[in-house]
Design a protein around this ligand. Sequence first.
Ligand code: HEM
Length: 280
Amino acid sequence: MNLPKIASISKKIVVALAGLFLALFLLVHMGINLCLVRPDDGQWFLAASDFMGSNYVVKVFEIVLFAAVFVHIMLNIILYIQNRKARPVRYKRQSKTKTSSTSRLMMLSGILIFLFLILHFFNFFFVKLGWSDGKYMVNVEKVNECLATSALNGEEEAVMAKFADFERGVDVKSHLSKDGKWIYNLTSEEAEPLRGVVKVKADFYHVAADLFTQPLYSIIYLLIFIVLGIHLTHAIPSAFQTLGLNHNKYNGFIKWFTWGYVAVIVLGFSAIPVYFLFFF
Ligand code: HEM
């Protein structure tokens, strides 16, 4: 019995399952993010991200997601190194077989997506954790409750009152969401005195608006969506093959499913920077 071979097949199955899970996450992530392009001043998007941020099922899903990203990357690196080591002779003029150039393309696109994820986390996810700077929001109802009940110090009360008293000034009004639910678009300096008194949340709507109205960021994101498309075009059929679903009967379906899926993901994500760049 060839044990290393069995181990490598099971690694491939785990890679495939984690990869398909990540592809599914992309569809959900894109669906929620598409609310950004609705010209409603972020109401749908903020409602969706508020629900996602306060739902325990979503929190568990996030842990599974990070585990899947980690496992997918680590096992792919291990398999890539094992495959290279398993090649008995290094040819002088390397014959560029289809398999080796595809695996190199997958490795390269995977690295680019990983580098993008680091940037993406600084842009969005780390804002939520307070590790990078962004825009913030607080719930109007909670602010009013605080003003009515708790013992605030002078500075906290001044800031709270400023944002809670919507009658007083144009600037304050520009911080009130259309549905009157959020005081949003706050800089970190404006949000700082509110911390510890009410829950300060990341305002991803204004984070996205600030980011994608800068052409450089929009171009970086659009380019990475193409790289993601290339990665998925090879990854989805390969995952089905690893899982033994590449029967002649299904191959045509898998091909069209893959192209359809990739088109939805690439065009759907691309609509977001395009909207902020040209129509916001
Ligand atoms: C225009 C496109 C995109 C926008 C506007 C966007 C927006 C966001 C936002 C707002 C968050 C924070 C969500 C939260 O923590 O509550 C986030 C997190 C995340 N994004 Fe994106 N994203 C985009 C594209 C992508 C792409 C292409 C990938 C994968 C290649 C990706 C992967 C992730 C991951 C893994 C997280 C952390 C998990 C999570 O919090 O859901 N995103 N993104």
